[in-house]
Design a protein around this ligand. Structure first.
Ligand SMILES: Cc1ncc(COP(=O)(O)O)c(C=O)c1O
Length: 400
């Protein structure tokens, strides 16, 4: 990814730092890292508030509700279910995915192919592979409208595949050639709800719905696209489990995606799938228990609080602007819900040409718009960090 180099360099110290960060408080002059791309494999470090959210769900019925024990003699085989189309998908996990989507109402899963991947990142690559052809005389173009998720260009081009290649902004795509458009909704980095923009018959669309969950946005209908990607990284915050899933309509596409995963990793960790199944079950249970607030309503409430606080600070300091988000009735919660993205997408209003650099000077690390195909006036700031870090962010933005 985006950030792989830093990640390797810091691997040795990451577990130690992750441990420390659970309890460590920031001093007034410490640098706060709100550039999630660098830390996306370090979920314990940055996503603690989401873990707290999970812990709260677990606390009710005791910790065992999300605890799994796997003995040394269990889950040895490559195979999870030889009768299933996706033979490396744990049946328990498949059931929990379907149950959760039904309860939340955010995706159709009936009569669809379900494929598990090592994160939705692996499934994204599988989707590119599935839509490309070894017989084509040129690699197929991969596009996404700006501002796009900064990892797409890197993932598409990292191995210099002869099958597909990054071709930039979908909004200006005018080549008379086949293409794959990635539609991220809500979008990373700007949180907007999106639809395909190229809309031509020689194209394929991959819908990355990592953030189509009630804590981030209103669920207005069950998504029913040809190829949809989801991940536990964003739905429950378990980025370190490296589990994502694809919901696919077409059998040939699903078979090619499965083939990609067979070739690249001969399946997906059973331990991670079993843990993810247990966590999704606890989350679904929380949605059905009417005596208490569900996991998602709790998350939405926390996101709303954070966004209200951030918005008033941004208004007061006057240096940056934020996108406007609409409010829709959420079919899951039944209440009017504004989109509260996982990232704040700040644009400098005046003289600041390089917002990333400017904020770095104030000890706030962010991700520059240049990685998302737009100007350096923009930066992406994580809204999912620990409470103390978020407080410090607001304090520093207030004092700019
Ligand atoms: C839009 C989007 N898709 C995919 C991913 C990666 O998901 P995973 O951790 O499942 O590989 C991210 C992570 O930041 C993301 O923002």
């Amino acid at each position: 990814m985006c950030g792989l180099k830093q990640e390797h360099a810091s691997q040795r110290s990451s577990s130690l730092e992750a441990k420390e960060n659970v309890t460590k408080k920031h001093s007034s002059d410490s640098v706060i890292n709100l550039d999630q791309e660098n830390n996306w494999n370090w979920p314990g470090l940055n996503l603690q508030w989401r873990s707290n959210n999970v812990r709260r769900v677990l606390a009710k019925d005791g910790r065992q509700k999300c605890t799994i024990t796997i003995s040394g003699y269990q889950s040895l085989s490559y195979f999870s279910d030889v009768k299933n189309f996706c033979w490396f998908l744990e049946p328990e996990f498949a059931e929990e995915i379907k149950r959760l989507h039904k309860l939340v109402g955010n995706a159709v899963t009936d009569d669809r192919y379900l494929i598990v991947g090592t994160g939705s990142t692996q499934l994204f690559q599988a989707a590119l592979y599935a839509h490309s052809s070894p017989d084509a005389h040129k690699p197929i173009n991969v596009v996404s409208a700006v501002p796009y998720y900064s990892c797409y260009p890197t993932v598409a081009d990292y191995l210099k595949s002869g099958l597909y290649k990054w071709a930039g902004d979908a909004s200006t795509y005018d080549k008379d050639e086949p293409y794959i458009e990635v539609v991220t909704s809500p979008n990373n980095p700007d949180g907007r709800l999106r639809e395909p923009v190229v809309n031509r018959s020689d194209g394929f669309v991959v819908h990355d719905l990592a953030y189509y969950w009630p804590q981030y946005t209103a669920i207005t209908s069950p998504a029913d696209h040809d190829l949809m990607l989801f991940t536990v990284s964003k739905s429950t915050g378990h980025a370190g489990s490296r589990i994502g899933w694809a919901i696919v309509k077409d059998k040939n596409v699903a078979e090619k995606m499965r083939k990609y995963i067979e070739i690249s990793t001969i399946g997906v960790s059973k331990e991670s799938q079993l843990r993810a199944a247990k966590i999704l079950r606890a989350v679904s249970d929380s949605c059905q228990d009417l005596s208490d607030e569900s996991f998602f309503n709790y998350g939405r409430r926390r996101m709303t609080e954070r966004w209200e606080r951030l918005t008033s600070v941004i208004k007061l300091n006057g240096l940056f602007s934020l996108p406007e988000y609409s409010t829709e009735i959420c079919n899951f919660s039944g209440v009017p819900t504004k989109t509260h993205p996982a990232f704040a997408w700040l644009q400098s209003k005046g003289m600041i040409e390089d917002s990333e650099n400017f904020l770095k000077g104030h000890k706030i690390l962010t991700r520059s718009g240049k990685h998302c195909g737009v100007s350096t006036k923009y930066v992406r700031v994580s809204m999912l960090d620990r409470e103390g870090t978020f407080d410090l962010l607001l304090e520093r933005l207030s004092n700019l």
